[in-house]
Ligand binder design. Sequence first.
Ligand code: IPD
Ligand code: CA
Length: 261
Amino acid sequence: MEYSSEFILQQIITAEREAATLILQAESINAETKTDRRNVVTEYDRRVQEQLTAQLSTALPEARFFCEENMLQEDPNAEHLFIIDPIDGTMNFVHGMHMSCISVAYASGGQVLAGAVYNPYADELFSAARGKGAFLNGKPIHVTDAPLEQSIVCIGTSPYYPDLTDLTFTRMRFLFNASLDIRRSGSAALDLCSVAAGRAGLYLEQCISLWDFAAGLLLVEEAGGIISDDKGSPLEICGRNTSVLAGGPQAWKDYFAKLPE
Ligand code: IPD
Ligand code: CA
């Protein structure tokens, strides 16, 4: 069956807004360790994901899923695929930092066609359908074309990959010196939204997962930005973890022009 990307986007937005109630009303949040002390999950991550998958399966019965929790990772090249991060910024959620979101993308044959990121604390809903532009709460958004030296830069620390810590902090020092200042939000999806909305000129992280960046990828592209890996190569919707560099066109070019050999 064929579905328009606008129809699918509407299903995603409805499902995210409803599931966000679970996040806003969460009480006694207990963190369970996944791979190490920094990589945690809560019952709310699972409950949000279960509610989203149930609702989206009703809307699109053929849908497959590639999600952060419950090992629900089906073929990333499926014809109808939802890519879900039920709570991006789980560490923030556990510690009451109120900087977390729900991120859902829809991809078909390895191409992201619709996506929405919802931050329920700020009531900010970032949405995009391919070819139709990017929006924040229904208003069009655009990346900034400011140079790197006039931009704020968001950096992710890839906290689950200690092998990448030295590289991350070397790049952070370079970017701090090359830009106005750096920020660490704790949510890759919200960092990509900050780029799409022109708040940040650049975002860099050395290793994130498909569910962290799939919706943000479309938002950045539809807002006129560039998203790639840290070498400048296009990102693939294949399920493999990757580095991500996203920015307005000028700041993205400046990164490569100024990066020391
Ligand atoms: C994490 C956040 C964080 C980023 C990590 C992600 P999670 O996602 O996006 O900002 O640095 O790389 O894994 O675990 O909170 O869903
Ligand atoms: Ca995440």
